[in-house]
Design a protein around this ligand. Structure first.
Ligand code: PSU
Ligand code: MN
Length: 344
């Protein structure tokens, strides 16, 4: 049976990952994506096989590698994130752009290149067609990774902290493209809520307004990334993975073409106290204002500033929550794949 009508029609594996990190990756021949639109997708063999067999795959972003964490923490986090997805029975597919081609499932060599190279641009949805046309490298945000995951026929995605409505959005109009992309991509997104540098109430309002289901797995509150709770109650708590799989399918079966957002909080031992984080965020926001940081640079600036102000505490928590979220993402994707099989 064709899965959601989104399974790629043909996607042979790309070349084995034994290239020199300094050399651009070699195109491995034309791939046909689900729109048949000629955008080249380079699948890893592992991801390609899993999709063909109907086994669970979890899409992962690469902007968090290039812009979220400093080297070498980014490298170790990216590898541990993939391990976490595997440990819960799914196949990781880290997504990025190289030579104007979409990588669906980075090799270790790819991950090392993305983690260590400087100057790889942050690519959100608005940037994606440009980078593909220019033929360069790009690190995909949650938003553009969802575009790629859907093209590749991957129904599950995991990232620790989604973008959202910024605290001063009434004057800056800064609302992350991640939110807008959720209204357009049929992908289930597992996350630890949104970063506490954002206005989480407005972020949740936006999702409600745009009919994006928000459910919290085995927890009551909308988490705030590395804080266990934002202090805001989630509209739905669901403890059973099979029920979550049904929610995802019901959303699409009732004609919605948008994402389903599933939150999971950081583990207790990894979480940062909300008041401690809040004080650092307030100071970081004031610094950003003074320095005139705006647009797509603000997220990275604030994350680094908060980390400095907390003596490295939030950077560590950031890594931990990326890994624990990926483990849950893998578990939920596996339950979803099992549900689809049972429905055959
Ligand atoms: N999570 C992190 N650090 C980050 C991000 C997420 O811990 O840097 C990135 C993600 O790639 C997310 C992006 O998609 O921030 C949102 O950026 P913006 O607010 O500019 O849309
Ligand atoms: Mn923005």
């Amino acid at each position: 049976m064709e899965r959601h009508g989104r399974r790629p029609r043909d996607h042979g594996a790309r070349a084995p990952a034994d290239q020199d990190a300094e050399l651009p990756r070699q195109p491995t021949g034309e791939r046909v994506n689900q729109h048949g639109s000629g955008i080249p997708l380079d699948f890893s063999e592992e991801v390609s096989e899993a999709l063909q067999a109907g086994n669970p795959v979890v899409g992962l972003e690469s902007n968090v590698i290039t812009h979220g964490l400093p080297y070498p923490n980014n490298l170790s986090a990216a590898k541990q994130v993939e391990e976490a997805v595997r440990s819960s029975g799914s196949v990781p597919a880290t997504i990025g752009i190289d030579s104007g081609r979409i990588i669906i499932g980075m090799s270790d060599t790819d991950i090392e290149r993305f983690a260590s190279a400087s100057g790889i641009p942050k690519v959100s949805s608005r940037d994606l067609p440009v980078i593909l046309a220019q033929g360069g490298m790009g690190a995909t945000t949650v938003a553009s990774s969802l575009v790629c995951a859907e093209l590749a026929g991957i129904p599950f995605f995991s990232s620790a902290g989604i973008g959202g409505v910024h605290r001063d959005a009434e004057t800056t109009m800064d609302i992350s493209s991640d939110l807008i992309q959720f209204t357009r991509s049929k992908v289930a997104v597992v996350c630890a809520g949104a970063k506490n540098i954002l206005d989480l109430k407005l972020t949740m309002e936006y999702l409600e307004t745009h009919c994006v289901p928000l459910i919290s797995y085995q927890s009551d509150d909308f988490p705030a990334f590395y804080c266990a709770s934002s202090g805001i109650r989630s509209p739905h708590r669901i403890d059973d993975e099979e029920v979550i799989a049904r929610v995802v399918e019901n959303h699409w079966a009732t004609g919605s073409n948008s994402s389903v957002l599933i939150t999971t909080p950081p583990r207790e031992e990894d979480a940062v106290d909300r008041d401690e984080a809040e004080a650092a965020v307030a100071a970081a926001l004031a610094d950003a204002e003074k320095e005139g940081i705006r647009g797509n640079a603000i997220t990275k600036y604030l994350m680094r500033a908060v980390d400095k102000l907390t003596g490295g505490r939030t950077g560590e928590a950031n890594m931990a929550v990326l890994i624990s979220t990926a483990e849950v993402g893998g578990r939920l994707a596996a339950a979803h794949a099992k549900h689809l099989r049972a429905a055959l």
